[in-house]
Design a protein around this ligand. Structure first.
Ligand code: UD1
Ligand code: CA
Length: 427
């Protein structure tokens, strides 16, 4: 087992979400929340990450199958966060060292403060190091109780708070580093004498102190980073903050976003310098946009789309799983799906690639310098050569490929002229 280790609790149903899906799989800017937490844990220095799964365990396992450093522990019955940590004991039985415990429903966690927690735990060799945050509105969180000298005493869950305790604004964001194996002993002492009749992980620090161990609570986490998603409202709040971070990142990298409030960019998108994104555009999924492109207003770029440099995708254009070569223009009211398009191709308004035949999605190929007339329909699978012309409103039927330099028109499209004819006429 490579340390340091992180444990991410993700077995709960998230009842307040009212969903069939595991809460941690709900998406923030196109990615399941749990993925951000895995990234944060890894970024903080965790070499092995144990995800505790339970409700819809198969969904969560399937979603994380491509993460090589992630292992799973199964919590068959959700008896509380303390119990969730306990089910990791067999998988970590040989491991001695620091284990960070996080929850899977805090997608805004950042690696830097978590790395700090690992560092401080090493320095102080504390049995438990607890990151805390000061919130303007602490509702929903466990509160941090300290003595008059400011020393940590224990965590009280909101439901178990007295009115005075409720007023405390320092909260437990569930970001802990525990030393193993002493944590297992503390977990054995946890009982269910609380408002929810659950095993609370939040009781572990106080048990460690009673065992004579060192426990420190450090206020090192920013309010914005610890937003816990328990409801759909929280999901929208987390999405808004994450979207702001994504915009900020790309603007720093040299992308112009004309109206960030009305622009949606997936966490997995990549955008080149001097690209300008106009309002009401949505970039969803793994999309790669080159430099000096113009996107929108009202454009929708979907998963698997690659735009080379200088491409323009204008108003009410949707591009899906397609590659557009450099300086290709698709400026108005067009659908391009499953297409591999060359350089300097021009799509007239309302031209479409008809990629779906009712059973499968079929590819369209278009060569460099070709003109696709306004209203043309390209019924896939079909290939249009280089420097060809498809007339306005033509329907190029499936398999009736257009060769380099040919001009076709009509319904179904027929050959009007080929490059050779044009050449001979000239002679
Ligand atoms: C928990 C903390 C609370 C803290 C808050 C911050 C406890 C008892 N309370 O409350 O102090 O302020 O997080 O985020 O720990 N889970 C399991 N198995 C279970 C129960 C929960 O894996 O049996 C997982 C959930 O999937 C979730 C995480 O643990 O990802 C937290 O559970 P949740 O029910 O959201 O706890 P909170 O009420 O938010
Ligand atoms: Ca929570």
């Amino acid at each position: 087992m490579n340390g340091p280790v992180a444990i991410i609790l993700a077995a709960g149903q998230g009842k307040r979400m009212k969903s069939e899906r595991a809460k941690v799989l709900h998406e923030v800017c196109g990615r399941p929340m749990i993925r951000y937490v895995v990234d944060a844990a890894r970024g903080a220095g965790a070499r092995t990450i144990v995800v505790v799964v339970g409700f819809a365990a198969d969904q969560v396992r399937a979603d994380l199958h491509d993460e090589p450093d992630v292992l799973f522990a199964e919590q068959a019955e959700q008896l509380g966060t303390g119990h969730a940590a306990k089910v990791c004991r067999p998988i970590l039985s040989d491991y001695e060292g620091p284990a960070m415990i996080l929850v899977g429903d805090e997608p805004l966690l950042r690696p830097e403060p978590l790395a700090d927690l690992f560092r401080r735990q090493q320095e102080d060799n504390a049995a438990c190091l607890l990151g805390t945050a000061m919130l303007p509105d602490p509702t929903g969180f466990g509160r941090i109780l300290r003595d008059s000298a400011g020393r940590f005493l224990r965590i009280v869950e909101e439901r178990d708070c007295s009115p005075e305790e409720r007023a405390i604004r320092e909260v437990n964001p569930s970001c802990y580093v525990f030393r193993l194996p002493i944590l297992w002993e503390a977990l054995d002492r946890i009982t269910t004498t609380n408002a929810q009749r659950e095993y609370y992980l939040t009781d572990a620090p106080a048990h460690l102190m009673a065992m004579g161990e060192k426990v420190l609570a450090l206020n090192v986490l920013a309010a914005e980073d610890v937003l816990g998603v328990n409801t759909r409202q929280h999901l929208a709040q987390a999405t808004a903050i994450m979207q702001e971070r994504i915009h900020d990142h790309w603007m720093t990298e040299g992308v112009t976003i004309v109206d960030p409030r009305n622009t949606y960019i997936d966490g997995r998108a990549i955008i080149g310098v001097d690209t300008v994104i106009y309002p009401f555009s949505a970039i969803t999924g793994r999309v790669r946009i080159g430099s000096a492109c113009k996107i929108g207003p009202h454009a929708h770029l979907r998963d698997g789309t690659v735009l080379d440099d200088g491409v323009e995708v204008g108003a009410f254009v949707e591009v899906n799983r397609s590659h557009l070569g450099s300086r290709t223009l698709v400026r108005h009211l067009t659908y391009v799906g499953d297409a591999d398009v060359g350089e300097r191709v021009n799509f007239g308004a309302t031209a479409v690639t008809a990629n779906f035949d009712g059973i499968r999605k079929n590819p369209t190929r278009i060569g460099d310098g070709t003109l696709i007339g306004a209203g043309a329909v390209l019924v896939a699978p079909v290939t249009i050569g280089k420097r060809a012309v498809v007339g306005a409103n033509a329907v190029v039927t499936r398999g009736h490929d257009v060769e380099d330099g040919q001009t076709v028109a009509g319904v179904p499209a027929r050959l009007l002229a080929s490059a050779r004819d044009v050449h001979q006429d000239a002679e």
